[in-house]
Design a protein around this ligand. Structure first.
Ligand code: M6R
Length: 612
């Protein structure tokens, strides 16, 4: 979704902002803009990609040492030059960029218009600039106080960066519900909505919390609450390096991230799996192990791909730890007054740690007394800071909008949690623990094997299906969520309509779609449902569907029935999602590339969905 960058220092702010905005491109956006202060307020915008803004900026020759920038993902008002950020107050003296949504903008706007203000855009954002200017110019208070009063009147969410031409050395920032952090450099300061634009300049960051604001100059910053209480904030050290947010020779981030999985899964398992004494150590859960062991049930709430990993988690927790699990779309959970409270555990799963619905589900369950745990990839993210405890996936930054390595790392964490809980509850004895932990330890090598052995053949196969209008994905048990994930991957990056189903459900409707034009991807890892799966494949074959099977080496029954096969090494049944998902990621990637789609930034999608 929208991204914010800000700079105060001695460097060329225009260049630094543009570079920062490029680092935020992965979040999804439809325009970009900057405001620079250089004796006057200079605004430059560009439709579409940041490169267009860059060209406009170069052509206009405007420069400055202090400024703010934005990538906009349209919510209020169509994408056009007037609605792109930054937005100005009526006098043109105040410019601001905004992430989030101001819910009461219509009533505020009406009042300001009645008082004689003229609005240029259709956005909810412009109201902040206009209201701020009105409060500031009609009362005898500082700009900072005027900002605090403004923020008390707006209802909704915001990450804000604001410049005022009368204070040419400062950037004001504020946060409620939309992430913002400050990067502390040497004689320069950075502002951003996530760490990626900052990481090449400094690894020292401060995360703002909701209800906080900051006044930033080139060598100082002051953080306080909107109620004017001064705060001393902890300075965090960023663990990520610049190489992690670059493509490293791959044509797309998505492909890089698919191929990173042997390493990202190993990073996720490292230091947590102990093969010598068959134990699992998840440091983040030590203080909540009792609550987990005695939990009536675990409710998992998440969105998109993270919801799919939650579904795998349901099978894992019920099988390995005998704990009942419900998996909820975070957006549905939060709005139906859920029955959850003391004795229940809510586990939220989020790559970004900023997804608005997941965060709201977390807050809802916390307010009702549940223990709230998280599985997150981004250290310092809001979800990771608001949960009672949790586990980081350590997959490294995921830049491609389509989630790949985050999924496998989430499933790896869920697997470790389920084994640890199963041991703690006495459902897994030492011999079984040794078997599970040794096998889990071998998963990164098996993922590597799949990537090496099947990349080329999947690339070839993708050519045959590039123009298929529909796809069906079928799986059973642990691999039903993988079928959903495979279908989501294909539709989001190639725009081909795809559905995932539990294989047995096919007979209850989707079978009507099958003819000789319909590719059916069957995830047929050999397990106790193998015979049933073979019957389902027969049913597809009888209707001339084209069968692509993801199967274990040597499963000749499946092989004989299939038009195309991708082999995966054998593993314990409950670990198969970590392997079966890999060919599906590659298949969707190559189909999307063949169709000329923008793989890393698919249309209409955002990496981090920070609005409801
Ligand atoms: O950051 P999160 O894991 O909370 O994001 C949830 C979904 O928006 C995300 O998984 C989305 O479905 C992916 N782009 C799918 O590839």
């Amino acid at each position: 979704m929208c991204g914010i960058v800000g700079y105060v220092g001695e460097g060329d702010a225009g260049q630094i902002l543009v570079k920062g905005l490029k680092r935020l491109e992965y979040r999804g956006y439809d325009s970009a803009g900057v405001a620079l202060m250089n004796g006057e307020m200079l605004i430059q915008k560009g439709k579409g990609k940041v490169i267009n803004l860059e060209k406009n900026l170069v052509a206009s020759k405007i420069t400055g040492k202090i400024g703010i920038g934005h990538t906009r993902w349209a919510t209020h008002g169509e994408p056009n030059d007037i609605n792109y950020h930054p937005h100005l107050s009526e006098s043109g003296k105040i410019a601001l960029v905004h992430n989030g949504i101001i819910e009461n903008y219509t009533s505020l706007r009406k009042k300001l218009i009645e008082r004689g203000r003229t609005f240029k855009s259709q956005t909810d954002t412009e109201i902040i600039a206009q209201l701020l200017e009105e409060i500031f110019t009609t009362s005898d208070i500082s700009f900072e106080e005027a900002l605090q009063l403004t923020l008390k009147q707006v209802v909704g969410t915001y990450g804000l960066a604001i410049v005022n031409i009368d204070e040419p050395e400062r950037v004001y920032v504020a946060r409620k519900g939309s992430p913002l952090l400050l990067g502390i450099g040497d004689g320069e300061m950075f502002i951003a909505s996530d760490a990626s634009p900052i990481v090449e300049y400094t690894n020292k960051v401060i995360y703002l919390d909701d209800g906080e604001m900051a006044i930033v100059t080139k060598d100082d910053y002051q953080v306080k609450t909107i109620e004017d209480v001064k705060l001393t904030k902890e300075i965090h050290e960023l663990a990520m390096g610049i190489e992690e947010i670059e493509k490293a020779g791959y044509p797309h981030f998505m492909l890089k991230e698919i191929f990173e999985q042997p390493r990202s899964i190993a990073d996720c398992l490292r230091g947590r799996l102990n093969t010598s004494d068959s134990t699992i150590q998840l440091g983040g859960l030590v203080n909540v192990m009792e609550e987990l062991v005695s939990a009536n049930r675990i409710v998992i709430a998440a969105c998109g791909t993270s919801w799919h990993s939650g579904l795998v988690g349901e099978y894992l927790f019920e099988y390995l730890a005998k704990t009942p699990v419900e998996v909820e779309y975070a957006s549905e959970f939060r709005y139906r007054d859920p029955l959850i409270g003391k004795g229940d555990v809510l586990l939220v799963i989020s790559q970004s740690g900023e997804t608005a619905d997941t965060l709201a589900a977390l807050r809802e369950a916390k307010a009702k007394g549940a223990t709230v745990l998280g599985i997150c990839n981004v250290v310092g993210s809001t979800i990771s800071r608001e949960t009672d405890a949790g586990v980081f996936t350590h997959a490294g930054p995921e830049i491609g909008v389509a989630s790949t390595k985050a999924f496998t790392a989430q499933v790896a964490v869920l697997t470790m949690m389920a084994i640890q809980l199963g041991q703690a509850k006495g459902h897994i004895d030492n011999a079984r623990a040794a078997e599970l932990i040794n096998e889990l330890d071998s998963i990164p090598k098996k993922v590597e094997h799949i990537l090496n052995e099947s990349d080329e053949s999947i690339q070839e196969m993708a050519k045959l299906f590039t123009y298929a209008p529909n796809f069906l994905y079928l799986g059973r048990t642990y691999n039903f969520p993988v079928a959903l994930e495979g279908a989501l991957k294909l539709k989001e990056i190639s725009y081909i309509h795809a559905e995932g189903y539990p294989a047995a459900e096919m007979k209850h409707g989707p079978i009507a779609l099958i003819d000789d034009m319909m590719p059916v991807v069957v995830i047929a890892a050999t397990d106790h449902t193998n015979d049933k799966m073979i019957s389902n494949i027969e049913e597809v074959k009888a209707r001339k569907g084209r069968i692509i099977s993801i199967m274990n080496d040597g499963n000749s029954d499946v092989k004989d029935l299939s038009n195309f096969c991708v082999n995966i090494p054998s593993t314990i049944d409950c670990f198969t999602p970590l392997l079966t998902v890999i060919p599906l990621q590659l298949l969707s990637y190559y189909i999307a590339v063949n169709r000329g789609c923008n793989v890393d930034q698919p249309r209409n999608l955002a990496k981090s969905v920070t609005v409801e």
